[in-house]
Ligand binder design. Structure first.
Ligand SMILES: Nc1ncnc2c1ncn2[C@@H]1O[C@H](COP(=O)(O)OP(=O)(O)OP(=O)(O)O)[C@@H](O)[C@H]1O
Ligand SMILES: [Mg+2]
Length: 455
């Protein structure tokens, strides 16, 4: 019982939901098109209603009244004609009708009426006149409301002939529909034009904000001045404030790290100096190695903590970058292949990006023998695959290895002296460019690390 109640309650809601989903799918996606639709749709609807309910009624009424008046004149002429004392007075009647009623009439000899014409598409005038003639005159008639555009012709069968009446179409018909439609289309087009210009101006500052935020996300320099409507300007100022705060945080971090690294390096150098002064010995050899290791680790930590702060983006030749890495890997005895497709010049932060790819290549060197580097640049992305033929990383560990200081090698009992920061740094750089790094199986049998950044 309660279930069926819930069912009936949900039915209209689910109908509403699916209807709105249907509408959302068919609505244009862009803000410009949507706003335009919001402006144009009510305008068109309003005009349709006005034409349908008001103008249509109005035209009908006026046309019926005019037709009735015209028919009255014709009826009067027929009555007078019937009672004319002699046939010569027909000329007088024709003259009076022409001068006073605007009717060009002619009494034709006895003949039959032409066959009826097909009904015109807009038959308002035709039907109004036909109704009135049948009602007021009640004789056989023939009308032509289409033939000559500005005139209408009526023929009425009299007892002893045919009365032919020619008159202006406007005498019987409120016939300004084309002007009205012209006005409607004209004003609508004008309104549409104004709406397009106005909306475009409103949307431009939003697009500029979008572009600035995108550039900032990709780590590029952004010159941005808020503009447009108040809310958009507010969003723009909020963005600038956010950017300023992020820049300041990065600056502070860099300054602090520079201080730390300088101080620690000084101490390490002092250590080394003291060791050198003590002279060669079995202990000093081990201590020297420790100091070297410490220095290496310190550099790695600092590089990680520093990130890629402050480096401006610049067009960078990926072919050169990959060739440098290949040369380096080959120097260490690894067979390395390069493949490159698409425009090789990509705007990135050169040093940071090289560090990112180099970290991946260093991993491939450490774990595999053969290495393959493959760069693909399409319209939107630069994708670099670094493949090796090493042991790979099991799928359930592929997220863990990105954590700073996380190393699988310790578990694998092959201490190669890494700090576990390489992938963390690489991902940091890729994300600062608005992209990311993913790990997968390589066609070479080992790991495939993929950097993908928007260009
Ligand atoms: N190509 C690879 N094949 C197999 N395992 C890998 C590969 N690359 C990374 N790993 C595993 O992921 C772990 C994390 O890698 P990451 O580069 O972050 O650190 P690292 O190489 O150990 O040290 P660092 O790069 O800082 O010298 C590594 O310890 C290693 O176990
Ligand atoms: Mg590494």
């Amino acid at each position: 019982m309660s279930l069926s109640l819930v069912d009936t309650l949900q039915t209209p809601r689910s109908i509403w939901r699916s209807a709105s989903r249907w509408l959302a799918r068919r609505m244009p996606k862009g803000l410009f098109a949507r706003s335009l639709l919001i402006v144009v749709a009510p305008m068109l609807l309003l005009q349709a209603f006005v034409v349908l309910f008001f103008m249509d009624r109005y035209w009908q009424l006026v046309t019926y009244r005019l037709s009735a008046a015209l028919t009255q004149d014709i009826a009067a002429i027929i009555d007078i004609h019937k009672n004319l004392p002699n046939a010569a007075d027909e000329d007088t009647l024709e003259r009076i009708a022409g001068d006073r009623m605007g009717l060009d009439i002619e009494f034709l000899p006895k003949q039959s009426l032409p066959p009826a014409l097909p009904k015109p598409f807009f038959s308002l005038l035709d039907s109004a006149l036909s109704t009135e003639i049948s009602r007021q005159i009640g004789r056989p008639f023939w009308i032509d409301t289409v033939g000559r555009s500005s005139l209408i012709e009526i023929r009425i069968l009299l007892d002893d002939g045919v009365l032919r009446i020619m008159t202006r179409r406007s005498a019987a018909y409120a016939s300004n529909s084309h002007i009205f439609i012209l006005w409607m289309v004209g004003t609508s087009s004008l309104l549409l034009l104004v709406a397009i210009l106005f909306l475009r101006n409103q949307i431009r500052p939003i697009l500029r904000l979008v572009r600035a935020a995108e550039d900032f996300g990709k780590g590029r320099f952004v010159e941005f001045r808020p503009g447009g409507a108040r809310e958009v300007r507010q969003a723009g100022f909020a963005f600038i404030e956010m950017k300023r705060r992020i820049d300041r945080a990065i600056e502070q971090r860099t300054a602090m790290l520079n201080g730390v690294s300088h101080d620690l390096r000084t101490i390490l150098t002092r250590f080394k100096l003291s060791l050198a002064l003590i002279g060669e010995g079995p202990d000093s050899k081990a201590m020297e190695q420790d100091i070297d290791e410490m220095q290496r680790m310190l550099e790695a930590y600092l590089a990680f903590a520093r990130g890629d702060s402050g480096e401006p983006a610049a067009p960078t030749d990926m072919r050169r970058l990959l060739q440098d890495l290949k040369r380096d890997a080959e120097r260490h005895g690894h067979a390395t292949g390069i493949e490159l497709s698409g425009d090789p010049t990509v705007t990135v932060r050169p040093d940071a990006f090289k560090r990112c790819v180099a970290n991946l290549v260093a991993n491939a060197q450490r774990h595999g023998d053969r290495i393959a580097l493959q760069a693909v640049r399409d319209g939107r992305f630069l994708t670099i695959h670094v493949d090796d033929d090493g042991p790979g990383i099991p799928p359930d560990k592929r997220e863990d290895v990105f954590r700073p200081f996380f190393r699988l090698d310790e578990a694998r009992n092959q201490d190669e002296g890494g700090t576990g920061l390489g992938l963390a740094i690489a991902r940091d750089v890729a994300r600062a460019h608005g992209g990311d790094i993913t790990l997968a199986d390589s066609p070479l049998g080992g790991l495939r690390a993929t950097v993908r950044v928007p260009v």
